[in-house]
Design a protein around this ligand. Structure first.
Ligand SMILES: [Zn+2]
Length: 329
């Protein structure tokens, strides 16, 4: 036994010294939202606030923070983090320009250039960096995946959101679904990160700080590494949806199935859409059940239906229970 000890120590040292998840880092398209003529959200800073970037003054002389600038700065930091950890990356823009470093163009062409680049390069993941806009008091971090995305995109969004919330300490607005172009047209798991709200003066000040932008970048990087470490199955390399169409098409390409979109659906409302075979709707954010009640309630919240629970039911035995509607989209 004794003569094996030095070898064991060498192996142990190698394991301890190995950087976590480095070898497993996927090939990532890093997408800095907006750019060029499209500033994205605008935040207002106290005059002369340093940002570590080219100062921006609007036509009324106010010190402003453009979302396009901080998105690019965070994306460049994320790019550097991924490369430093042995990853491979593709930046969808590297300057204050539209997607693909093209001069300002239409929003449609800008977005298409981004997903075209990622699809052509056959990257493993698409990560779009944004910051938010709503009211001056809205606050927090949220991460989106496409409503019809693979479970892999959901897993990635969850891993990144967890790291972001831990790193920033802003309110957790959760993992959400949306129909954004870049999520809908990426042929690989795609997410869109909204770090904080530029329209909230306190969060604009936070985002003006280069150290905070570095924290965001590293959190997204750690989220990607955490996702990679989970060994999630690679979904088929197809756009998540085709359509929508108002009338049911006669055929859809191989690998897709038709679904009718309901009124509560964020995409293709009330029409037809082709989704990848094997698509499963995202888990409902609503509690699975409400109640039980001994007597039937007159009304229940949207998204639920009432069921009478029988004597064998483990919940609400012999009473009424509201359960989440899990009808397919
Ligand atoms: Zn944005």
């Amino acid at each position: 036994m004794r003569r094996w000890l030095p070898l064991c120590l060498i192996v142990l040292a190698a394991l301890v010294g190995a950087p976590a998840a480095v070898a497993a880092l996927p090939y990532v398209a890093v997408d800095p939202g907006h750019g060029g003529g499209d500033t994205g959200a605008v935040g207002y800073l106290p005059a002369g606030t340093p940002t570590g970037m080219t100062p921006r003054i609007d036509d009324q002389g106010r010190t402003v923070l453009y979302e396009k600038d901080i998105n690019l700065d965070i994306a460049q930091r994320l790019n550097a983090w991924l490369l430093a950890n042995g990853g491979r990356t593709l930046m969808t823009r590297t300057q204050d320009l539209a997607g693909g470093d093209r001069p300002s163009t239409t929003t449609g062409a800008d977005l298409k250039a981004r997903t075209d680049l990622a699809n052509a390069a056959r990257v493993d993941l698409f990560v779009s960096i944004h910051n938010n806009a709503l009211s001056t008091t809205t606050s927090g971090t949220e991460t989106f995946h496409y409503y019809y995305s693979s479970a892999a995109a959901r897993t990635l969004a969850t891993a990144v959101q967890r790291e972001l919330v831990g790193a920033l300490g802003l309110p957790d607005r959760g993992v959400k679904t949306a129909g954004f172009y870049v999520l809908r047209n990426s042929e690989m798991p795609a997410i869109l990160v909204e770090g904080g709200f530029l329209t909230n003066p306190a969060e604009a000040l936070l985002l003006a700080d280069p150290n905070v932008r570095q924290r965001i970048a590293e959190a997204v990087g750690r989220g990607i590494a955490a996702y990679a470490a989970q060994g999630v199955a690679t979904p088929p390399r197809l756009a998540p949806t085709l359509g929508p169409w108002k009338t049911k098409p006669a055929t859809v390409p191989a690998g897709y199935k038709l679904v009718k979109t309901g009124t509560g659906n964020p995409v293709g409302r009330g029409g037809w859409i082709a989704v990848i075979v094997g698509f499963a709707p995202p888990p409902s954010p609503l509690p699975a059940t409400i109640g039980p009640w001994k007597v039937k309630p007159k009304t229940i919240p949207g998204g639920y239906r009432l069921v009478k629970s029988g004597p064998k039911n483990p919940v609400g035995r012999g009473g009424w229970l509201a359960v989440v509607n899990t009808a397919s989209p």
